[in-house]
Ligand binder design. Structure first.
Ligand code: FNR
Length: 208
């Protein structure tokens, strides 16, 4: 496995030990046979070997209510925030619901953004892959997510844009990618994302 260390030293001058870059994958669907989840798995399989992609689950997060952040927060929020704190970059793979992001994904974004001043999103390089069995590539979800990312101070990869349309026929019975035409594009996307992270992070968790 190739190991990641864009530069040899962190801001404090300490030598950075080469290791894989930790990338959280957030899937915006809870459906068992989700095309988004299958796409996320396909991207992980095609990723350069210095990216360690891991799906961080969001389906158990109670709906965000600021009152609950004034005392001990719900255990699932604490688990999610803790898991995300250990991640250095974020790959969003999401369907579109009614021309926007599914509520479950927006809820995860909100939970991760609070308490105020403790957002787990800020400064993390990210990318958005939007997925639909329909024809329009889930553009609405992709760009609503980008709007939130601007406010969250998350630099999202501008190019290549990934609007995946017609994914309903892409996967086999075992959930793996069977579409030979789609594979090179997915590989281009995940390789560009690796380059985006390498460019933005000068050391683990630090922007260059
Ligand atoms: C959808 N779907 C959908 N598709 C789309 O391209 N644009 C849209 O705005 C919507 N809106 C929408 C709303 C709701 C409530 C549902 C349940 C579905 C269809 C959607 O793309 C399809 O169900 C996907 O299969 C969902 O993604 P997963 O679960 O396969 O990842």
């Amino acid at each position: 496995m190739r190991l990641w260390a864009a530069h040899g030293r962190g801001a404090n001058g300490r030598q950075i030990m080469p290791r894989p870059l930790r990338v959280a994958t957030i899937v915006g669907s809870l459906r068992r046979e989700s095309f988004s989840r299958k796409t996320a798995n396909a991207l992980a399989a095609l990723a350069p070997d210095h990216l360690a992609l891991e799906i961080v689950e969001i389906g158990d997060l109670p709906l965000y209510n600021e009152d609950l952040d004034h005392g001990e927060p719900p255990a699932a929020w604490a688990r999610f925030r803790e898991e995300m704190r250990g991640q250095e970059a974020v790959l969003f793979v999401t369907p579109e619901y009614n021309r926007s992001v599914p509520g479950v994904l927006k809820n995860a974004i909100d939970v991760g953004s609070r308490p105020y001043g403790h957002s787990i999103w800020a400064k993390k390089p990210g990318a958005v892959v939007s997925v639909t069995p329909g024809a329009l590539g889930a553009f609405g979800a992709n760009h609503h997510l980008r709007q939130s990312a601007v406010f969250l101070d998350m630099p999202l990869m501008p190019q290549p844009e990934a609007y995946l349309a017609g994914v309903g026929t892409w996967f086999g019975e075992d959930g793996t990618l069977q579409n030979e035409k789609a594979q090179p594009f997915l590989e281009t996307v995940i390789t560009a994302f690796a380059d985006w992270c390498d460019k933005l992070l000068k050391g683990p968790g630090e922007l260059a």
